[in-house]
Every structure is written in C-alpha cells, then in structure tokens.
Design a binder for this molecule. Structure first.
Ligand code: DGJ
Length: 733
C-alpha cells in the first residue's frame, strides 16, 4: 500500500493490496484518470494520453494551439458542469448571479497515513499503519469553491475508498445542486452492467446487461436506499463469471436518496458517478462552510465476481462493521409466530418452548407498546402496553432471563401513526408540505428527523425503554418511503436540504443510542431489506434481509445480497410451512440450511411443531453454533446460481481454506433425476481434505476440478450439506 506523486510527469499512483490506480494532471490542472486494475510497477503512463480534434467539442487549450484537447472527451476524476463536458457532471455550484458553470482544477495535494473519519456520516476506518490517504484539492477559479477529493488504499484489502468535501472558500453564499462522491472514466465500454433491483419481499435480484450508449441510472428518491434499487453497481467484462474475468464494484456508504449514473459517451468511453441523488437536492453553503459527501467503496477483481464480492466482504467485516465480533444469539422472533396477538403469558410460553430447543433469545416484535393491536395506530407511543404485557418489560425480561435466555425488542422510531398520542401532541413533528395532504403509507407518517428536537425526544423515550429492562438486542425497523418532504422548521432556501438532514438525524440518533447502550446488538430492518446498505451497517452490524422468509425466494435474495454485502450482515430465519408470504411448502431441512446464511433464528409458532420437527430444530441449532464463526468471518463462495436452474449451492471457507462448509439445495423435487457433480471451487489445490461425515479423503485438486457427487435428493431431503477439514497438512508421505 503506497501512494506516490511523480512530479515530473504529474502522475499520482495509488497501490493497494494487489491493484494500482493512476491519475494525471492534464494541462490547465484537470485531474484525469489513466488506469485502474492489477498492480503495475511504473508511473510513466503518459503515453496512454491521446487526443484528437473532434467536431463540436470545446478546446480549452486552443489559445495554446491545441485543438485536440477537450473536456468533452477527456477521462476525468471530478468533471464539472457547463464548461464543455456534455456528459453527466460530478459537481454543479450555483452562484449568486444565477450562473451554474463549474470548473474544478488542481490546486494542491497531501498524502497522509491512515484514514479520515466522515462523522456524522458513516465511513470505514483503519489504523495509521493499515491505510494511506491522498487528498487532492481542486478549486473553481471563479467562485473560489474548493473540492477535497479523498482516496484511501488499504494494506489488507483490495478496495479503494473515495469521498469529497466541498468548501466555500469564496466570499459569497453559493448553492450546491449536485455533489457526487466519486466519478470514474474508463477509456472503453466493453462492459456488462450489474445492478441489484427488486421490490418489497423480493430485494436485490441480480440484473446483468451490456452497457449501451446514453445513460443508465439507478436511484432512490424514497428517503431510504430502498428495496427497489441498491446503491451498488458493477462493471464486468462480458465473459466474467464467478471465477474469471474483470469486475469493478461500486457501493455507496449512504442510506438516503442516492444516484448512480453509468454513461457511455459517443466515443465509447464509460463514466460512472455515485453519490447523493441530485434530484430535489440543493445545499446552501455560506462563505467558510463545508459539505461532506458520503464515501464510495470501489473494488477491482481480475478473478471474477466471486473475488469482487469477497473483497467487499472482507473490507466491510474489517473496516466498517463495528460489532463484527458481537455474538448473534439464535433467536425466536414473535412476528410470524403471533403478529400482534400476544401477552406476557403467551410470550413466556414461546420462550420456554424455544429454550427447550436450544434457542437463546426471545425477540418481541411489533405490538408491545401503546394501543398497538394492529398496524394502523400507536407508532410514536413508546410506552409499554400493560394490558398485554402485565408487569411491563422488566418482568418479561426477568422471567426470560431466568430461563437462561436473552430478551430483544422491536422499535420503529422514525415513524408516527396519525392515531397516536404523539401525533395529537406534535403534528408539526411530521414531514409535511404546507397546504398539502400528508399521505399515509401502512397508516403511518414519517417524523422529521432533520429537527434536533424530534431527535432529542426520540433519544429520551427510547433510552427510557432500554433502561427499564435487560434488553440485549434491538430490531430497528422503518416501514414506509418518504413523501411530502419538507420541514416545518427550515427556511425556504434550506428546504431542499431536508432529505439529507433527515438521514443525518437518523445516523445521529443511532449513534447516540449506540454510545449509551454499547452492549446492545442492533439489527437494522426496513420492511425487510429496504435499507440494506453500508451506511446502516456502520450502526447495525446485521439487517433483516427480507420480509420474505420462503427459503426458495430467500436463496435468490441472499445470493444477490452477497454480491456486495457480507454474510455477517444478513439476518435469516426459519419460518413455518406453508410460508406466510408465498404459501409454498418446503422441507424443514431446506429452511434451516438456507437460514444458516447469516444471523440465524426462528420465526414461527413453536407450539405447533411435531416431535420430529423439534428434533430437527435441535440439530439445526447445534450445526449453526458449531459453524457460526465460519459463517460470520469466513469467505463466501457462490457455487451454483439459483437464477439459472433447479438448484443452488454455496460454500463457506475459512481464511486458510482448512475448513469448508458446503450446501446444495435442490428447489423442486423431480423424478428420475440426473446425477449431478458439483465442483468445490474454493478448495485449496495444495491441501488434502476429509469429509467430516463420511471420513472420505479428497485432494483439493479433486474437489476443485472433479467435484463431489450429489446424492439423489427427494421428498423432505432436498438439501445436501457436507463439511471438509484439512488432513495431512504436511502432504501425504
Ligand atoms: C416489517 C418487518 O420487516 C417485519 O419483520 C416486522 O417486524 C414488521 N415490520 C412489524 O411491523
């Protein structure tokens, strides 16, 4: 990991773990992109810069006799607006005279050890010796507005992080109407674009298509990163698969409105931009003030999509998730077990049934507070409903604890029901546009967390609940997209800041609660996986991956999620069959093995289990517990793609590859089956392995290339799993 500046050729070179990223100053101080890919050992890449006179493209250097150089075709790192680059801009600043032209040129740079914080925004971190950062300051000569572009490379991770801080070093107030966190221009367009799209209960479905001339945009204007589009995209070579080909991944550490543009220009160069969505964004920046845009995590792999994902996973586990090593107790959640219909007694019965199976925590989901007996009321009334929970949370916690179990609780702090005491007292605390109907969604409105008074109130009331009993886990939910976004406190010229200020309020509240209750394990949730992004992961190490608990659907959702997010960040539960979302019946074995992919738990009425099912569940919990470290910290390999056939397979591998935990799921039972072999792509070619169940010995080469034979799977046994441990570490003698 090193960053160098070759002052003679004006070239910056950032070397990560195995990659190099190279930029050059073009005449006039335009910061240009030259190379990103596998490590190279020379900075002298000036020969790659080629220009050509192209009609209808402006020539900033014409006065110097150069008609070839144009911003319209140059590969740039932070392209401005309105000065001859007709592609999508990274920055637009509005000046008091109404002009919007913005042209950022090199001013100075600085290289330092370690990694800066973006607080109050979430961001990755590293020790002084584990990362190295380059800050390049650009300036717009007319307005005096400066942009600090930060680039960090890490000693142990194949990622590069970028972010931008804008500073108004001029004398008058300006408005920022577009501030992307990173732009990157590739000199070609020989790519497929991969995005993660979906909807409620069907999140992060993998979509892949060739890039094309013009602009592809993925974005959210919902106030959260959304079920519909995830703040992730990848450019991959057309032949790329799990193990081969090039893959560039981009992921925004942000949970609010985002945009990611992919533009192929007329000479077939590709520009990618990622950052806060410029739609409905306008930030007033007074002289001397600065604005920090969120971080983008970028990775490069020359070994296909699998390596791209593992680069992200390792990086997030090491440098973003602050509670990676907090244990995730096996839990029973009350939602699909009882919905709103529970009392202290019925919860204690559930806890007792759970503890007999080896489950370690009872999570009381929605319905424990106010008059909340359905989803139409009481959000905001964060006091215990003593009609349901006699003796309150403290009695429940004490009794649950006395069974040797922990207690967890659901909250939805950012929301309010119209039918609530809080709304009667503070209707002005909702996001609302003057003289417009406040639209409800799931019978709820959104609180205005851009207001400090609202955040303070929520901090007090939630802290009171958490102090009232021994609560060791919180599931933090949000169940609507935002609309009519305007704050009753802001001045008109600051209203377009509300979206971003609202998410800053969420982050601030989360951080205060984390600081006050450092031992609580937080789980994020947004009607399932509607806010599954690295921003939220900084505060909550695990997230409810989807409200869809059907294991067959979940395989696709989890595989899609794993494209960028680590398994440690996914929460996954076994639910009842027929499934409540799809009505599909699936074997309990399948439900268990699929739910092992993440923080594991159950979400079903345990009173309805047969004795045989209870035994299967006891066994599942044992298997999970003996693999939980491997699942949380190991490397994840996607082996068979569920989007392509009647089966899926994956494998967890320890860092040294001396332990492999493999799972194969057949989706439909079929008669007279073909007999399948599956290659275990993560086996180490130089090792020997023993199948821990059968004792059979395989060489790593055999597992990797010839594969294993999957037995015929029928009826209740549509899952095959096996584990391999290294034997003969010194080779067969
Ligand atoms: C949506 C969540 O995703 C569910 O798991 C559950 O907590 C409900 N909200 C409760 O309202």
């Amino acid at each position: 990991m090193t960053i160098t500046f070759d002052s003679k050729n004006e070239i910056f070179k950032l070397d990560g773990f195995t990659t190099s990223y190279v930029m050059k100053l073009f005449p006039g101080g335009v910061l240009s992109h030259l190379y990103y890919g596998n490590y190279i050992n020379d900075t002298n890449l000036g020969y790659l810069v080629r220009f050509k006179d192209r009609g209808f493209s402006g020539n900033p250097l014409e006065a110097r006799g150069n008609r070839g150089y144009s911003l319209d075709t140059a590969t740039q790192e932070y392209p401005g607006f309105g000065v001859g680059d007709y592609r999508t801009a990274a920055i637009t600043v509005e000046l008091p005279d109404g002009s919007t032209a913005t042209d950022m040129r090199y001013k100075c740079h600085n290289i330092f050890k370690g990694k800066h914080s973006l607080a109050p925004l979430p961001s990755s971190s590293a020790n002084e010796d584990d990362a190295c950062t380059l800050k390049i300051t650009l300036v717009d000569g007319t307005s005096g507005v400066e942009a600090d572009l930060f680039y960090t490379v890490f000693k142990d991770s194949d990622v590069l992080t970028r972010n931008v801080v804008i500073r108004n070093a001029g004398n008058y107030t300006v408005y920022l109407s577009r501030i992307m966190s990173a732009a990157l221009d590739f000199h070609h367009s020989d790519f497929h674009l991969i995005t993660l799209n979906g909807r409620w209960a069907c999140e992060r479905q993998i979509e892949r298509r060739p890039v094309h001339h013009g602009i592809s945009l993925i974005e959210s204007m919902r106030g959260n990163s959304s079920h519909q589009y995830n703040p992730f995209l990848a450019f991959v070579s057309p032949n790329a698969d799990e193990e081969n080909g090039e893959a560039y991944g981009f992921n925004l550490v942000y949970s609010g409105n985002f945009a990611a543009f992919c533009e192929v220009d007329p000479i077939s160069q590709t520009r990618v931009l990622m950052g806060i969505n410029p739609t409905d964004f306008k930030w007033c920046l007074m002289s001397g003030e600065s604005f920090t845009a969120p971080e983008v995590v970028i990775t490069y792999s020359s070994n296909g999509l699998g390596q791209m994902s593992r680069n992200f996973h390792r990086f997030y586990n090491k440098h973003l998730l602050r509670d990676i090593n907090k244990r995730r107790p096996v839990l029973i959640n009350s939602w699909e077990a009882a919905y709103f219909d529970f009392t202290t007694d019925s919860l204690l019965t559930l806890a007792k049934q759970a503890s007999e199976l080896g489950i370690e925590m009872l999570v009381v989901d929605d319905g424990w507070f106010g008059e909340r007996n359905n989803d139409k009321c009481a959000l905001g009334d964060w006091y215990v409903n003593e009609k349901k929970l006699k003796g309150g949370l403290s009695r429940l916690a004490n009794e649950v604890n006395s069974m040797g179990m922990k207690l967890g609780l659901w909250i939805e702090p950012e929301m309010i029901s119209k039918d609530s005491r809080l709304f009667e007292e503070h209707p002005e605390w909702c996001l609302q546009v003057n003289n417009r109907h406040m639209q409800e969604s799931r019978s709820q409105l959104a609180l205005d967390l851009s207001r400090q008074d609202v955040c303070d109130y929520l901090y007090d009331v939630i802290s009171r609940v958490l102090k009232s009993a021994n609560i060791e886990y919180i599931k933090w939910d949000i169940n609507r997209s935002l609309s009519e976004v305007q704050s009753q406190l802001s001045e008109p010229n600051r209203q377009r800041e509300t979206w971003h200020r609202n998410i800053l309020g969420v982050y601030g509240l989360f951080e205060r609660l984390r600081q006050t209750f450092p031992d609580i394990l937080f789980e994020g949730c947004c009607g399932g996986g509607g806010r599954f992004d690295p921003g939220m992961m900084y505060f909550a190490p695990q997230h409810w991956t989807s409200d869809n608990t059907d294991p067959i659907e979940r395989i696709k959702i989890q595989m899609g999620t794993s494209l960028t997010y680590p398994i440690s960040a996914m929460a996954s539960h076994v639910s009842s069959s027929p499934n409540h979302q799809t009505g599909r019946c699936t074997p309990l074995h399948t439900r268990g093995y699929v739910a092992f992919t993440g923080g594991f738990g159950y979400e079903m009425d345990l009173g309805k289990l047969t004795d045989e099912e209870k035994e299967i569940i006891k066994e599942q919990i044992k298997i999970y517990k003996s693999h939980e470290d491997l699942i949380r910290n190991g490397d994840f390999y996607r082996i068979k793609n569920p989007f392509e056939g009647n089966s899926a397979a994956w494998c967890f591998a320890s860092a040294q590859k001396d332990r492999l935990f493999f799972t194969y799921v057949q989706i439909l039972s079929i008669p007279n089956q073909p007999l399948y072999r599956v290659r275990i792509s993560c086996a180490d070619e130089n090792k020997w392995y023993k199948d821990t169940k059968t004792g059979d010995i395989y060489s790593g080469l055999v597992l990797k290339h010839a594969g294993i034979a999957i037995p015929e799977l029928l009826g209740d046994f549509l899952t095959y799993s096996c584990e391999f441990e290294e034997v003969f570490p010194n080779g067969i003698v």
